[in-house]
Design a binder for this molecule. Sequence first.
Ligand code: ARG
Length: 566
Amino acid sequence: MDIKSVLGSKIDAAFTQLGLQGQAAVQASARAEFGDYQANGVMAAAKRAKKNPREVASQVVDILDLAGIASKVEVAGPGFLNITLEAKFLAQNMPGRVDAVDEVATIVVDYSAPNLAKEMHVGHLRSSIIGDCLVRVLEARGHHVIRQNHVGDWGTQFGMLLTFMQDNNADGRTDALADLESFYRAAKVRFDADDNFRSRARLAVVGLQSGDADSLSAWQHFIDISMTHCDDIYQRLGVTLTRKDIAGESSYNDDLAQVVEDLDAQSLLQESDGAQCVFLDQFKNKKGDILPVIVRKSDGGYLYATTDLAAVRHRTGTLKADRVLYFTDARQSLHFKQIFAVASAAGFNMNNASLEHMPFGSMLDAKGKPFKSREGGVIKLSDLLDEAERRATVLVRQKNPGMSQDEAESLGRVIGIGAIKYADLSKNRTSDYVFDWNQMISFEGNTAPYLQYAYTRIQSLFSKGDVKVEDLPSQVIAVDEYERRLAVTLAGFNDMLDQVAEEGSPHLLCGYLYELATRFTQFYEACPILKSDGQDRSRRLALANDTAMTLRQGLDLLGIGVVSHM
Ligand code: ARG
């Protein structure tokens, strides 16, 4: 249950009853002596009514109906409400199950979206895994989620690649395309050096755009191979995207002329240097000039922006999205501001959907520079994942000298990939972060290995005590102080997920799991489990089991696996 919203709506009802205007904001308490939850909002409501906040607060407490929910509500400080939950209510809300929301929305999530001319590189990591965490959370909450992989599969670079493919007779041979990165590089060298090649490449683009059958089939072949590279990465990363989710730039091709025509029909177009542009007043630069959104170049070609306008219409019209979330690099922020503004001016947002750009920062090296290979080039994502697995396998071998290489490698895969993903997901999405192998793969601190290890510890506790999970009580009432702190944390699971879904911020989920593991450790140190007996034993084991379930469930929502030992 969303405890925060339940408490919030009860307090709001009390406000209404007292004729007050305002809304309560409920947060989990930072410290145990403040109760389990703390509500803010009384002060503002009292101020509006020109009344004494503490008096108003005690009136709220008097009429607040929290029967069966809270055992104690106290006024604190200038007018906060400190709320202590009823033990039974807490017990009912503990197990780490994701609850379905009441109002199901259709949510389109645009993420990953690599450019298919090349292989995926580290720049695609963040979009792929942050976006995937969001779809997992939204789906678990019961929303209707539509994944849209807006891959870059169209445009002039494909003319170059197709022509190079033809010249090298790479058509039927996949091995020339086994390393897409070097294929692209070689094609580019030819393109830059050879005039004749360049003009043939341009003709190939024209052929493609006019729907020439041979060009299209060569293009399809290339896209297919490139997507196979992506599928491999998705599979390794545990990203849930499949071929069905592809809605690439090419899929909007037939609608682009219409987009421009519709903009024109609404007198939103203006010609500038032969190009068709939309000028909106709100996009002025420092000098006061308006930054236009170009939708058609002077040579008749369409742009990234034109495609995104068509995509807004498709997603809100055909797919009937209530929300559309876009996960890209922060450098595209202006682009999306403009797209959303033009879409709304032109009436392309058919469903009056909430269009939300969820920008993220860059991965940096130890010196704070963009993360690059030793030679200064981009790092292929597959190489990065190889290294993560290799490093984790070495670590597993060190910890378990007797383990077979096979087993160490299979553990190394889960731990290595988990470490890379978690290091990224646990950072506030909007900031840049330093990529640091040693930190992410450590068993201490806010890392995936730490959480995976916490999970295995509970599993080994169960096998040591020969515990049958089915026999544990399904609801427990926390007794000891540390039991209670753990129980309150467990009960906050859905509140936290709510916020993750709202803000698109997986780091809150990571922070939650880290806190949970920490609270479990404190509880574990303070309260003997296997050495206790009777109700103490079964209650504490049930708490341990709820913790393990929540850890596994939470890691799963991050797309990170658990292992039985490590
Ligand atoms: N392919 C683009 C890139 O690599 C990302 C696409 C994001 N989605 C969108 N609808 N523009 O930068």
